[in-house]
Ligand binder design. Structure first.
Ligand SMILES: Nc1ncnc2c1ncn2[C@@H]1O[C@H](COP(=O)(O)OP(=O)(O)OP(=O)(O)O)[C@@H](O)[C@H]1O
Length: 705
């Protein structure tokens, strides 16, 4: 019996429990009992949303918020995986926990934790019911005025209602998935990659075994002079069997390759975002770029190399007994192992050379990027004769590395298998010359063994050289991979206010900071308080540590000692995301950036994108208050004008006001402006200052005296 939809609703206050039940049923990680902490923010509206996302994060899950138009609900429901959708009246919101959906039905988890099947249409109607009720009076008034037969009124009303609400945006709920920072093996398992790899290996082994039997059937027939019709049919049948096996192998290989590539890129991207900016700066931007480029090499070479090596190992496992069954028996096997040992030595040397070449390549990339970053300065200030100094030497060294690598690679993939063919054939000679006579089948098996061993060696050489490249690339890309698993300070849960007095926004006590252990501290015993609506001007000579203090307050760096409290809680307790939500900073020019995108995108980076009408209107008002009105009117695209390196080049003063507007639009409790007014003429400065003083909740401005 199909249960009524209402019986599957969870009240919003039990959303944490619904999340836990859903994770459990979907095989996602979860720690039972954590749901008890849900709703500390009142379990209502956006506070509940924050709580739920934080709870998902603490369970190792990612809850992606689904903000869509009502019209997208049908498509969303059709492809919903583990998803929590919310609806209901504002006074009593509810949640439905969808495990999976099919063409016409959805499997949902009811509040008694039972899994129920409900029709998609009914679920869709229930989710839209409350929105429709809000618009119903207007639609009813229209329907009453229309000359309609009573029998048609219902259908017209329903169609009009859907039309009215279809374009309205709606906070639908959350789609759940394993966090990209979860253990990689768990991600591979969840994505079904391990299954695909197992199927692929089995299919490869099957295909190889079938080819071997086919070859044995035809070979034996030919050598014994019994190549009859029956044998040929058996051979043809075996060869035909290979077609579906190879299709299956390629299919599974494709699935595994796409899946692994996607997960790897996702993880590396997350890792790149979590890298410490000071570490990146210390190592150089070029090294970061090099690391990111290596991700492709890890994926391509690693997957190809791993796959080919596994196939080669399967071939080797089948080859050794075949060799042992040949006329030279154990001698052939021992010779083959000796050849493998030689291959190992050559591969070891190849790996050492590859690593050296890869290091040299990274240094070159770094130098190139540094040169590109500073090319405008170099053009203006360096004599042209010095622009390319050292480049020829670096290129020559690079070519030398590459030449050595190619030479060794050719030995491994070319001469090693060929050499084995000669040695393997030679090992059969004593048997051929023996007076006792050797059975033709035994000779055929021996010959086949040598050929099989050659094929396996070729594959092994190709696989292991690729794996060597992948390992070398991994050395560079590894920090990104590991950084993805690094926990953010705090679990992202935005905790409640701490015990601070109501109007104290920020409380700093005895802060100490130094850039390197052992170096003299840049900040020593810094103590102050910032209240709501405070306006603080931080003046000091150059290099005194104003920007450093700003980065501490903004949560970009952590103090070595001392206490820094935001609304009574430190950064670890509050969580990195929560901290940044409350403090917005416009750093100095070398730390801030205009992205190659629209002016509006650059302004509204702290808000939802695509933008809502109200956000665009507020951005426009703010820009005009800051004196950017004439610029907006001058740019053909207005707020939608493309700016940045590849677009409209903003002047220094325009950029500084864009940064101010961007920070003001973050809806933070404290605004930090680091030398933002330094590039403005007196009149524009007065205007921008008035706007900032009017609009900033609490304000810290760094400036020179
Ligand atoms: N990554 C770093 N490693 C070591 N020292 C650093 C690093 N970054 C900054 N410093 C040093 O820390 C000191 C404080 O720098 P900071 O940028 O905070 O000063 P400031 O008061 O904002 O200066 P200005 O007014 O010139 O912008 C300077 O001496 C600077 O050279």
């Amino acid at each position: 019996m199909i249960p009524p939809i209402d019986a599957c609703h969870w009240p919003l206050a039990r959303a944490g429990e619904a999340l836990e039940a859903l994770a459990l049923a979907a095989g996602l990680p979860g720690s039972p009992g954590t749901a008890g902490a849900f709703g500390s923010s009142g379990a209502n509206g956006s506070a509940a949303a924050n709580d739920l996302e934080a709870l998902a994060q603490s369970m190792g899950l990612e809850a992606e918020r689904l903000v869509l138009a009502n019209a997208d609900l049908v498509a969303t429901l059709r492809h919903a995986g583990p998803t929590l959708l919310r609806a209901g009246p504002a006074a009593a919101p509810w949640i439905v926990a969808i495990l999976e959906t099919g063409r016409a039905r959805a499997r949902v988890i009811a509040p008694d934790h039972a899994i129920r099947t409900v029709p998609l249409d009914a679920l869709h109607d229930a989710l839209l019911r409350d929105t429709e009720e809000v618009h119903a009076p207007r639609v009813d008034a229209i329907v009453r005025r229309l000359p309609l037969a009573p029998a048609r009124q219902g259908a017209v009303r329903a169609a009009l209602l859907r039309e009215q609400i279809k374009a309205l945006p709606r906070d639908l709920g959350w789609s759940l998935r394993l966090s990209p920072s979860a253990p990689f093996l768990a991600q591979l398992r969840r994505a079904g990659i391990a299954r695909a790899l197992r199927a692929m290996t089995a299919a490869h082994a099957g295909s190889f075994a079938v080819s071997l039997v086919a070859w044995w059937v035809i070979g034996r027939g030919a050598l014994t002079g019994h190549l009859d019709r029956g044998r040929l049919c058996a051979w043809a049948l075996l060869v035909a069997m290979l077609i579906p096996i190879r299709v299956l192998t390629t299919w599974q290989q494709g699935l595994a390759s796409i899946g692994v590539g996607m997960l790897l890129k996702q993880r590396m991207l997350l890792g790149a975002l979590k890298l410490d900016p000071d570490t990146i700066r210390h190592q150089g931007m070029g090294h970061l770029l090099g690391r990111i480029l290596e991700v492709d090499a890890v994926e391509d070479l690693g997957f190809h190399g791993g796959l080919v090596s596994v196939v080669a190992l399967i071939e080797l496992a089948i080859t050794v007994p075949v060799l042992a069954m040949g006329p030279s028996g154990l001698a052939s096997v021992l010779l083959f192992f000796a050849w493998l040992a030689l291959a190992g030595v050559l591969l070891g040397r190849f790996a050492v050379r590859w690593l050296a070449w890869s290091r040299a390549r990274h240094t070159m990339t770094n130098d190139l990027v540094e040169g590109m970053l500073g090319h405008r300065t170099r053009i203006a200030q360096e004599p042209p004769a010095d622009w390319h100094q050292g480049e020829d030497r670096a290129l020559a060294a690079h070519l030398e590395h590459l030449r050595g690598l190619d030479r060794l690679g050719a030995w491994i993939t070319g001469w090693l298998p060929r050499g084995w063919l000669v040695v393997g054939m030679a090992s059969l000679m004593p048997a051929l010359g023996s007076t006792a006579g050797v059975l033709p089948e035994k000779l055929a098996v021996g010959l086949g063994g040598v050929l099989l061993a050659r094929a396996a060696l070729m594959r092994l050489a190709s696989g292991l050289t690729s794996l060597t490249g992948a390992l070398s690339a991994w050395q560079h890309a590894r920090p990104l991979f590991h950084a993805a698993a690094r926990p953010e300070p705090g679990d992202g849960r935005e905790a409640e206010r701490g015990p601070a007095a109501a109007d104290i926004v920020l409380d700093a006590r005895n802060l100490v900071f130094r850039y390197r252990p052992g170096a003299p501290p840049v900040l020593r015993d810094v103590t102050f308080r910032i209240h709501a609506r405070d306006r603080v001007l931080l003046e000091g000579p150059s290099g005194e540590g104003k920007s450093t203090l700003g980065s501490l307050l903004a949560g970009l760096r952590a103090p070595e000692s001392g206490l820094l409290l935001l609304d009574g809680l430190d950064r670890t307790t509050r969580g990195a995301r929560g901290w940044r939500r409350h403090i917005a900073a416009a750093p100095q020019f070398h730390e801030n950036h205009v992205l190659s995108n629209t002016f509006a995108f650059n302004l509204l980076m702290g808000r939802d994108w695509p933008p809502r009408k109200e956000d665009l209107a507020l951005a426009d008002t703010l820009c005009r208050e800051l004196g950017l009105g004439p610029l907006l009117d001058r740019m053909p695209g207005g707020l939608m004008q493309r700016v940045g390196e590849t677009g409209w080049q903003l002047s220094h003063g325009e950029r500084s006001r864009l940064y101010m507007a961007r920070a003001l639009l973050q809806r933070a409790d404290l605004l930090i402006l680091d030398e933002s007014f330094a590039s403005l003429d007196p009149e524009t400065l007065a205007r921008a200052l008035r706007c900032v003083l009017d609009r900033a909740p609490a304000l810290v401005v760094m400036a020179h005296p």
